[in-house]
Design a binder for this molecule. Structure first.
Ligand code: NAP
Length: 289
């Protein structure tokens, strides 16, 4: 077997990493995952980014490694900038460097929050302008990883999986005749997790370096998504009681006006169009097309 065709998914028990591992396995790719469990399940290796790097046991001759591990909640990054930077920047970059030194092509998952959200459809070459600690960490890791000879950075807007917890909470409340309070001042341009892993698999297979960006074709406010759900469920209009993220204590930097990205490179290289915004949301609500 040509071991250079082997792939490695770092963070294979996470939402995106787990879906990617399943997808690559189903496609017949020779792939292994890593997880934090001391006794990992079959097909997984133990890897804890807070461990001393000399303790990391990495397989040789990996063709593509997908860096899907990290601490994503913005509040966690805000409250513990030192601890989260260790994982999201220092150790992630060290891991990327070690893999690249072995000839591995590295795919790093970044975020639309490397931008401040004042402009829609930022291009991949626009200057980064993060306003949150999470966004700053992603921007710093990107800069280091892009200096490696063989690496791609994939900036993702929101990625929605089926059984999206907030969507489920809204559904349960609406079905029980209760009110929901979606934010009118927070937007998203989500893609489905299937679309996101499709993009990652294509980039990892093509091994083309540089920045890729992934978002839906436009932003919608959370209140619009909730209204669509309420309409589909036949809920009473009085159950939809919008509120604002600002009044819920969410800091302005966490509610950018725009989260869309210029995804032109996906169209040019892989023929992938930015999906319509309702595709991911309907799927996350469990509505079939
Ligand atoms: N989901 C989105 O909407 C979205 C959007 C933009 C960018 N991204 C980025 O995409 C990546 C994957 O996101 P996700 O939604 O799949 O996140 P997730 O579900 O939270 O998965 C993150 C994974 O990282 C692992 N991890 C956390 N700390 C670690 C450590 N110290 N050592 C080793 N592994 C560690 C977690 O392990 P445990 O499960 O054991 O905690 C988990 O498996 C992240 O970098 C995220 O910032 C996600």
């Amino acid at each position: 077997m040509n071991r250079r065709n082997r792939s490695l998914v770092i963070g294979a028990e996470g939402s995106i990493g787990g879906t990617l591992l399943t997808r690559l396995t189903r496609e017949g790719v020779d792939v292994q995952g890593t997880c934090r469990a001391k006794f990992p399940p079959a097909g997984c290796l133990h890897l804890e980014l807070t461990d001393e790097p000399r303790l990391w046991l990495l397989p040789d001759s990996i063709g593509t490694a997908y860096l899907c591990a990290g601490i994503s909640p913005q509040e966690a990054c805000r409250q513990d900038p030192y601890g989260t930077r260790l994982v999201n920047v220092l150790r992630t970059v060290e891991l990327a460097k070690r893999l690249a030194a072995n000839g591995t092509f590295v795919v790093f998952l970044s975020s639309s929050l490397v931008f401040d959200g004042s402009t829609a459809y930022c291009g991949p070459l626009c200057s980064v302008s993060p306003k949150t600690e999470y966004g700053r960490q992603k921007a710093e890791a990107e800069r280091e990883i892009l200096s490696l000879p063989r690496a791609a950075v994939v900036r993702l807007a929101k990625v929605l999986a089926p059984h999206w917890p907030l969507g489920r909470k809204w559904q349960e409340a609406l079905r029980a005749g209760q009110a929901i309070h979606p934010f009118s001042d927070m937007v998203m341009a989500p893609v489905s997790i299937d679309f996101a892993v499709d993009v990652l698999a294509k980039i990892g297979c093509a091994r083309r370096a540089g920045i890729y960006q992934v978002s839906a074709d436009r932003d919608v406010a959370y209140v619009e998504a909730a209204a669509r759900l309420a309409g589909r469920l036949g809920a009473s209009p009085s159950q939809l009681q919008p509120t604002t993220a600002a009044s819920a204590g969410i800091l302005p930097e966490s509610t950018p006006c725009h989260t869309t990205l210029d995804a032109g490179r996906l169209r040019a290289e892989f023929g992938l169009e930015p999906p319509g915004v309702w595709e991911a949301i309907d799927c996350a609500f469990g509505f079939t097309p």
